[in-house]
Design a protein around this ligand. Structure first.
Ligand code: GLY
Length: 347
């Protein structure tokens, strides 16, 4: 077992890494409240709900299960009353907790429910996708979507613990694995040239599998460090948005239908880097290295969407209200900085 401690004062918690822990989660959740409600989706439930519920029951908890449809549509504001009603029906009190068993959609939604139900109850993150294991389960950004856009209603609300079982990734489709790789590559770009080199040397999923535990641990450690410095996203945490400003705008341009988040972020990283290089703000050759490593893991770096149209979405992003925006740029691979600019940067 390996552990990282996220030091956020009274909101501190551990991230625990152990292969096979999904079968034995009762061992890792130690709390006074008697009841736990496991929130998951129908795909993940088929694979892991029985093990998780039975392990938690054996550990002495009274466990209920709330299974939701898989996919981004589930993370909507409108689904909330149904979940709150289920929690009331199960008589979940402030002493009890929720368990988020799934990918980013379940983690964000469950965290938002935990933050708001009875003015806040505890929750545990058990991320089962690569993206959730390296990014969304850590740091307490929880949210639901509105018809106007993704993550528009949310909070900073930290979990009590994060339990990571890398074995869970064995059941992920290649497309989901690839999607998470965009965030892994991002960590190398913004904070860790050695990690980036390793991803280049592994040259694809097959080469990465033998060192996957180490790579996931390193990504979580980077996220831990960034979140500890800037929990509320006012400075350093914004570096985690490398490639995301253009990426989000592209996702939005396609009405969240054509490009997955990871694919959009990969294109965003290349597009912002290419422009920064042209302005002498990034070491030459960086964008091409990013495009090459993205290709190794099945990620695109370019798209045919008309840039001017896409950029209209940049200025309406929740992080960039008005025409000003803060671009995340690389000085070189492994070193990033914030660069206040305007949407014209992408012209
Ligand atoms: N996923 C970006 C952040 O947690 O800040």
């Amino acid at each position: 077992m390996r552990k990282l401690h996220v030091d956020l004062g009274k909101n501190s918690y551990d991230i625990i890494f152990e292969r096979g822990l999904l079968k034995d989660v009762g061992k890792y959740i130690k709390r006074d409240g008697k009841k736990l409600c496991v929130l998951t989706d129908d795909n993940v439930a088929k694979l892991y709900a029985d093990d998780v519920v039975s392990s938690l029951s054996k550990a002495g908890y009274i466990v209920s299960l709330c299974v939701l449809p898989h996919g981004e549509k589930t993370k909507s504001f409108d689904i909330l009353p149904k979940i709150y009603s289920k929690l009331l029906e199960e008589k979940i009190t402030r002493k009890d907790a929720l368990v988020a068993l799934g990918g980013g959609v379940i983690g964000d939604l469950c965290g938002f429910v935990a933050a708001t139900y009875l003015r806040g109850i505890g929750f545990v993150q058990i991320p089962t996708s690569l993206l959730a294991q390296v990014d969304s389960s850590i740091g307490g950004k929880v949210a639901v979507d509105l018809p106007e856009g993704k993550n528009l209603v949310g909070a900073f609300y930290q979990p009590e613990t994060v339990l990571i079982d890398v074995d869970a990734l064995g059941t992920l489709t290649d497309a989901f694995f690839t999607d998470g790789m965009a965030e892994v590559i991002k960590y190398g770009c913004i904070k860790d040239a050695e990690l980036f080199d390793k991803l280049e040397k592994c040259a694809g999923k097959q080469g990465l599998v033998p060192v996957l535990d180490e790579v996931i641990y390193r990504c979580c450690d980077i996220k831990r460090e960034v979140v500890e410095k800037d929990e509320k996203d006012k400075g350093d945490r914004m570096l985690l948005n490398f490639g995301h400003t253009y990426g989000h705008a592209l996702e939005k341009y396609y009405k969240f239908e054509k490009l997955s988040h990871g694919n959009a972020v990969a294109i965003g990283m290349y597009e912002v880097c290419r422009r920064a290089e042209a302005r002498g703000l990034t070491q030459k050759g960086t964008a091409e290295r990013i495009a090459a490593v993205c290709a190794m893991y099945g990620l695109p770096s370019e798209d045919d969407a008309p840039v001017k149209e896409v950029v209209k979405g940049v200025v309406n992003d929740k992080k960039n209200m008005g025409d000003k925006l803060v671009a995340v740029l690389l000085d070189r691979i492994g070193e990033s900085y914030l660069y206040p600019t305007t949407a014209e940067f992408f012209d």
